[in-house]
Design a protein around this ligand. Structure first.
Ligand SMILES: Nc1nc2c(ncn2[C@@H]2O[C@H](COP(=O)(O)OP(=O)(O)OP(=O)(O)O)[C@@H](O)[C@H]2O)c(=O)[nH]1
Ligand SMILES: [Mg+2]
Length: 656
């Protein structure tokens, strides 16, 4: 089967937080002989998660990438972080994978945490396999988990094996439904073939029939055989499995225990057999089939080594000295966790790191012509922000350079400068992502950063109209300054902004000075007497006076500002706060909790509905004051198994 595979293949391990991906990654590398010892995440000895922040948090904070040989085939496995805040990393890895292994917990109530990943895979037709991990846990259930997963997957799931349990219900092994062979499992031992347990023979036959019927839905010959009670050959079943996975028609389901190294070799053999070749993936993605082409799926800055671009080679051979997208390729290296080995060149299918590709960004398709475009997922919109500052003002330049590198390495983090509040904002997916990024940033730059909740951009307005006269006069030697104005100030409806006009007759204020009056008024309103802008105000210049020599633009600007300063207290000013329109998405069982989060934050519920295309999910829409939004995404996730997401946009201003 592997004869027809040309080039290295790529599998990405994805799944919810802490489902055991990095443990499985370690098992795979150990089984393939790529590492001499099998470390663990708990003890901080695993090949993956070697970054200081990952070790400290015993969680993956970045992609773990390893290229290795397994039974004569070249492979790269990319282990992705599970935190929803780091989902963009996983999306980028899934984009360059030939197959994705979705690792999940054996608990039906947690199945819904897979929705964001399954939606992504289903929408993009990426072939994927489900691996139900932690089957050593007491309450682990294949059947119930399978059914819960089927409810959220738009592709039919296909159970490829069933568990064997002892009299106490303990898992002792499994039956492969294709070969119809039974295996005994023991922790950290090779599985052993045993005779088919009689007591579950019926169960096995039912499960196998279900599997064959699912396959027959996509194959007429198989359907006819089943209808006529003809047993299909094993070869025929395998052919169907391979074809249907590669076309993303079905999702095979395996299970095991990464902790105990059970079910790992089985999974690897299935990957070896079923994973599409790079050429098939190139065709699925509609990428160039000839010439040199590689796609950046991760960008990092590694100390002295500088910028590293991790690429998958889609076609041709890429070598040091090649020029791709205008950058000269250097340091082609093969990754094995944090360690990379310079190899100078690599061929189709391989995943390598390239050094100092100045212009290359994550998602870019690199070719010699440099004009190729490819579809790439946009990073999710920010849901959480921090205002950053340095201890010394002089360090700000260094900080901005480091921040630019940060958002280049992780496009789901943005940095913006708010001209109104003067704050430097770091925006991202949540507190975990930003704290990890800041720790790395501090280590990278040696800067000590302070962080605060961003200032809410308040506004002011007026509720009463008034008329105000003001004179600006100055006599200081030579030229004097003179301007006289009378203005009418009126409140306007919310959202009307600022309107200026004049009713000057007979040249009391000469035409050329009227724009200066407007400028003076506008400057006053933009700053406001309390540090925030005054909005929804109409100002009319109704009268005034001038002096042939001493009047000037400057004098009229000053007179206008004085009139506004004097008038404002008489206009019954009020403070306005921004209100956001927020859409909160969660599995439907958490909808009532989410509604309480919104109302608990002075929110007004606008309604809720099912989330289009997301079976089992709801969207709650509410108006919530920006001052109450702060850490809402953290609370949202804490009530929704960590998967809740939100979109928020400015809606209107209301009285604070
Ligand atoms: N009981 C049991 N525990 C497991 C199994 N696999 C992993 N674990 C434990 O689950 C925890 C998380 O394991 P990881 O491998 O770090 O999980 P992960 O999916 O990589 O986590 P993130 O990358 O942070 O999302 C660790 O404490 C593991 O020891 C398993 O098969 N059975
Ligand atoms: Mg991990």
């Amino acid at each position: 089967m592997t004869d027809q595979i040309k080039g290295a293949r790529v599998a990405a391990l994805v799944g919810p937080y802490s489902s055991g991906k990095t443990t499985l990654f370690e098992d795979i590398l150990f089984t393939a002989g790529a590492i001499p010892r099998r470390g663990t995440v708990k003890d901080g000895t695993s090949l993956g998660d070697s970054a200081p922040e990952a070790r400290a948090r015993t969680m993956s904070t970045d992609l773990n990438i390893a290229a290795f040989d397994y039974l004569g085939d070249d492979w790269t496995v990319i282990d992705c972080p599970g935190s929803v805040e780091l989902i963009h990393d996983a999306q980028c890895a899934m984009m360059v994978a030939d197959v994705v292994v979705v690792v999940c917990d054996p608990k039906p109530e947690r199945a819904v945490t897979l929705s964001p990943i399954l939606r992504f895979l289903d929408d993009r037709n990426i072939p994927h396999i489900l691996y139900i991990n932690k089957m050593d846990q007491e309450d682990a259930s294949v059947r119930a988990t399978f059914e819960a997963l089927q409810a959220i997957s738009s592709r039919p799931l296909l159970l490829r094996e069933i568990p064997i349990r002892d009299a106490e219900g303990q898992l002792t092994g499994m039956i492969d439904l294709v070969s119809e062979r039974a295996f005994r499992w023991e922790p950290h031992k090779k599985s052993e073939i045993i005779s088919m347990p009689k007591e579950i023979a019926d169960l096995e036959e039912d499960a196998r029939t279900t599997m064959l019927e699912s396959l027959a839905d996509f194959d007429d010959t198989l359907m006819e055989e089943l209808l006529e009670d003809v047993a299909p050959s094993t070869g025929e079943v395998y052919e169907n499995l391979v074809r249907d996975l590669r076309k993303d028609l079905i999702v095979p389901v395996f299970f095991g225990s990464a902790e105990n190294e059970n079910g790992v070799t089985r999974l690897m053999k299935a990957l070896r057999h079923d994973t599409p070749s790079p050429a098939e993936t190139v065709a699925r993605l509609g990428l160039p089939k000839t010439g040199k082409a590689a796609q950046v799926f991760s960008t990092g800055y590694a100390g002295k080594a500088g910028k590293q671009s991790y690429v998958r080679i889609w076609s041709g051979e890429i070598a040091d000295g090649d020029v791709l997208n205008g950058d000269r390729v250097a340091n082609v290296a093969q990754p094995l966790g944090a360690k990379t080995t310079l190899i100078g060149k690599a061929g189709t299918g391989a995943v390598v790191s390239l050094g100092r590709m100045a212009g290359a960004k994550t998602g870019d398709l690199l070719t010699e012509a440099g004009d190729a475009k490819a579809d790439w997922p946009a990073p999710p919109a920010p849901m959480y922000a921090l205002a950053l500052s340095t201890e010394h003002h002089a360090d700000e330049v260094r900080l901005s350079a480091a921040l630019a590198r940060l958002s280049e390495a992780d496009p789901s983090i943005k940095t913006t400068h708010n001209p109104e509040t003067g704050e430097l904002l770091l925006e991202g997916q949540g507190a975990i992502q930003l704290q990890i990024a800041l720790k790395e940033l501090e280590a990278d730059t040696g800067l000590k950063l302070s962080q605060e909740a961003p200032t809410v951009p308040f506004r002011g307005t007026i509720t009463k109209a008034t008329t105000q006269k003001a004179r600006h006069k100055k006599q200081s030697g030579g030229h004097g300054e003179f301007a006289d104005v009378e203005i009418e100030i009126k409140p306007m409806q919310r959202g009307a902004g600022f309107v200026f006009d004049d009713r000057i007759v007979g040249g009391a204020v000469p035409k050329q000075y009227i724009p200066a009056v407007e400028k003076g008024v506008r400057a006053f309103l933009d700053k406001g007497p309390e540090g925030f802008p005054i909005v929804d105000v109409a100002v009319t210049l109704v009268d005034g006076g001038h002096h042939n020599v001493d009047s000037s633009d400057m004098a009229f600007q000053k007179a206008a500002a004085k009139a506004m300063t004097d008038a404002l207290p008489k206009c019954a000013p009020i403070k306005l706060e921004p209100v956001q329109k927020v859409t909160l998405s969660v599995p439907a069982e958490y909808t009532p909790k989410v509604q309480r989060i919104a109302t608990g934050r002075r929110g007004q519920l606008l309604g809720f509905d099912t989330k289009p295309g997301w079976p089992g999910w709801d969207e709650v829409v509410a108006l919530i004051p920006a001052a109450e939004m702060g850490d809402i995404v953290t609370e949202l996730r804490s009530v929704s198994l960590g998967v809740g997401t939100m979109v928020s946009e400015f809606d209107h201003l209301q009285k604070a």
